[in-house]
Design a protein around this ligand. Sequence first.
Ligand code: HEC
Length: 115
Amino acid sequence: MTWHMGFPRLMSVVILSALASMAAAPPVSKARAQEIYHGKCEKCHGPDGHAKEKGSGMSFADGEWNQGSDLKTIVAVITDGVPETGMRGFKNQLTADEIQALAKYVRSLDKRLDK
Ligand code: HEC
């Protein structure tokens, strides 16, 4: 009886830990974040965060942050976008880990921020 009760439980532990290890994606590197930035963000925000258009909230390397320069805000902006602006959300194109890495990369472009 105990065997019958115990075995399925043991199996579910084995299966769940296998699934958990599959779900743990490798961390997104800075190089990968840079690559995504180059592909998806650069055309508006400039190659190193110096956008051509000044004063539009797009030139964050100049310390110009409309929404806020903390990591949480930047993650939210990249995830959901800024309504009524050219900044669309990227949650359908990027994973949460990619957005996190990208947000850190974007912050690193503003040399005045404490990292
Ligand atoms: C089509 C042009 C466009 C593209 C592509 C784009 N953005 Fe933006 N982004 C904007 C505009 C316009 C704003 C300013 C919104 C506002 O008025 O605050 C903005 C704002 C931002 C902000 C907030 C800046 C602040 O002042 O607080 C961040 C962070 C940001 N974008 C990151 C990204 C990242 C990362 C990508 C690529 C995944 C990206 N953007 C792609 C146009 C774009």
